[in-house]
Design a protein around this ligand. Sequence first.
Ligand code: ADP
Length: 511
Amino acid sequence: MRTYQRGFEQNSIITIITFILLYIMVFFALDIPLSHPLFAWPSILIYFLIMGGRFWMLFKGKDLKEHFQITQVLIYGGALFWSLNYSFGLMNQPGIEDNLLIIIFLMGIGAAGAIGLSKNSKLTIGFLMSLFIPATVFSYIYLEKLNVFISLAFGMYCVYLVFYSNKYYRISQENIVGKLKLQNQKEALEDSQKLLTIQNQQLEKTLSKAKMADKAKSLFLANMSHEIRTPLNGIIGMSHLLKQTEMNVDQYKKVSIIEFSAETLVSLVNDILDFSKIEAGKLELDLDHFNLHEVINNTCELFVDKTKEKALTFNCNISPNVPVFIYSDQIRIKQILINLINNAIKYTDKGQVEVNILMEKQSEEGIILLLFEVTDSGIGISKENQEKLFSAFTQSDASFTRKFGGTGLGLAISKKLSVLLGGEIGLESELEHGSRFWFTIKAEKGQEIIRTENLSEHIKTKSLKILLAEDNKINVMVAKQILRMLGIKLWWLIMGWKLWNVFSLMNSISY
Ligand code: ADP
């Protein structure tokens, strides 16, 4: 059962029942009810027609404009029924005592109606007017006593109810608007949440695709670099061997260029391999105890000729408190250092290049922080370019590639390596006034290494048995010839892909 006619909730079952009960109550409250026009048989008929109509609309009414209008007429009709009956009653019995009860009931009906209809202000006003205008006018004309007072009371009461029901209407309207706004906001929020979820899912998909692509790129680079290195080693080896043979100066120069170009290419490929390995998180440090002073001096040795060629002053200083032996990865330290010194010489035409190794900190647990500095008096780097230098494939000036060569990978690798070594990297530089590149590493103090004979000493003193394992024919040729030149006999040669079998075999052979 529907309690309200759809779209017209004032047509309430409770209001209708209340009005019927009031009618019955008045019947019992009056002294001689049947002599009052309220209970004359046409009145009873009209009243029950009105109430019946309202019941009918309640259960059968549709959400139609005409049905709404019928209900509205029935509501006004109900109000008029009471006020007109009161007025006609006054004509017969103008005494105030006879009508007091109905006056009170009229006021009650007005209040009940105003509350019931308050959500529709027009309807409330219409209902109150139908109820109180006839009651005010007829009271003034026909009441024997207190006519001014009662009609004034009716009028004021009507104004009061109109005013307050209107106020209540506005408040409830604001509430409804507020609720609607809230509802709209909630729906908008839910919509944007849904949108965000979809976008998130798309982002996740894109991210995982990008990650896969990145992994594939790193893997491709690593594989390709490895494959490129093998024939390059052939070129380097063969040019090296060729240089040992007799040839004229021009031939020698040409072979040297081939060798230099191949070496440059190998170092480039090594950079790419390193970078993709670090990117893929596959580069592992090879930690061991080693002589740091020796590593630094040997590294600096590599650049003595180069600096002489460019007439640069070159100094390499190790602070006395830097421990001789440390536990870290000497290859990677050397790699960063070579890169920085190489750059310093490359970008300096006059003045000096200086390398300084300092002890920054030492903890009680024996962990040390070492600072490596490479200072030059070269071309320097502008402030804006300094920020992007450590990103991969970045050069401070695009024209540098043509002038100085290089890929812009060196510093990116150095940065990653210094982080892997527990430190950081940075620079201070001023355009045309040189640069100071530095990096730090965290290391443990190392144990002294007992020196063993090196390979050449072995060759001089003992006859060596060599196991050569190589899967590339050209590399085998190069290796065989180099060994022959060193006067070493090849004991066993294994060619094949499964190199790990060879290594385990090597482990079991002592020489
Ligand atoms: P590459 O030297 O292969 O180009 P790097 O990553 O080692 O790559 O260096 C990136 C860029 O940083 C160089 O191209 C150069 O512009 C700048 N740079 C590096 N070191 C110096 C330096 N000592 N003085 C001036 N510019 C430098």
